[in-house]
Design a protein around this ligand. Sequence first.
Ligand code: AHR
Length: 501
Amino acid sequence: FAAPASLTVHADRPGPTINKYVYGQFSEMLGTGIYGGIYVGEKSPIPNTRGFRNDVIAALKELKVPLVRWPGGCYADEYHWRDGIGPKDKRVTRLNTNWGGVEDPNTFGTHEFFDFAELIGADAYINANMGTGTAAEAAQWLEYMTGNQDTTLVKERKANGRDKPFKVAIYALGNETWGCGGNMRAEYYADQYNQWATFMKTAQQPGPIMLASGDRSGDWTDFTKVLMDNRRAPMDGISLHYYTVLGDKWEIKDNATGFNEEGWARVLANTLKMDGYIKTHDDMMSAAEKKSDRPTKKVGLYIDEWGTWFKPAPGSNPGFLQQQNTIRDAVVAAANLNIFHKYADRVQMTSIAQTVNVLQAMILTDGAKMVLTPTYHVFHMYKPFQDATSLPIDLKTGNYTFGGITMPQVSASAAKTKSGAIVVGLANLDPHNAAVVSATLAGVKAGKVKGEILTGATMDAHNTFDKPDTVHPVAFNGAKLANGKLSLSLPPKSVVVLTLQ
Ligand code: AHR
């Protein structure tokens, strides 16, 4: 049994705002992530609005998705935007060479993406093609989307049905340029980025956040370093990708269900590495800012791919990256979100990979059927953190240990919402033992506490199309307030969000 945990929430030392974009989603043209999962076409028997599944749209709207990234991923660096505009029956069919080698009809293009984003109430993050595209193509795409004068590109957008400009919140140049995006050296990419970014002119005010493609994970640091030291054109952020896998090597992946406790422990220990990775990059960025006498924390870290990556679901196309989603994924999500809140001054955006049917998805579909995953429920429970003021915490927790793998048993973060409530997010990483937590709120006196909990009967508890509610949040009445002190017991393998007023 781990020792009781003690938590102090410093409402007396408010920190930076947790950018709502930290709750972003990634929707790549991959497998059934978009085709089938989000978009089924107007003629589908599945109830839809202009081709978008009504059930999926309603669920994502309810999630308050602030931002969605598209079209990739690796897909982005082979995507030519002209393939996806104009009458659908005239659009070209390409091969999706990255993901399963399937035919890609391009019926979901720029207009459909913005329609989707607007239907769910999200801002748009567009990833431009540097790998096989040109600066001219990326600049013209931006003009097509955001232009407001009487140019041929703007007229073309209007002829295609969109009068007023689309709003591009983030414009990224290339993706994983160290790998699928072109196998570039950091120095070469930094030069390319500066050249391209110079020409991304737009009528949109303010213009999009300009994003450079960065490192794979915290143990690769050359892109962050080289980009920070060679900023010439506008660069508001640098991306970082880090996926949770089973082993020390990328190739070693776990089963999404039916795993053993070693799998549970390894996956969570790997998840917690996110903290050190962010710190390494944050420190490097601060050092570069200091050295160049530029304002600090101006360039954000944009973790635009994160989440679990397991073996493909049995019987699925391995290129479609389909996997089930269990209470382990829920604890992974909560632990990551707690880490992102800690670095609210640097981490300005994240997008979990990916929204529907791909990797650590919010939603799974099969034909007309849809199910919400445990990860969806965590994002739903954590909604109050969007745009809230982060609050520093002191957390002393015992450890959860399995074999030689040891990690803190409890993960936590706290914030103050715009309405003045204090929210505390907690996860118990131990699959067997409850975690007793005694908490103090410094600088505020709360009179009421309410909460929600997500847990499961087994380490791989999950929802299926036949049993969609096996893992779902319920009210948590286990937190007690007495004399300004909060005490609670977190059940094993659980996620709890408390609201104090
Ligand atoms: O999310 C799936 C893929 O993972 C993305 O396309 C790529 O950027 C990363 O390697």
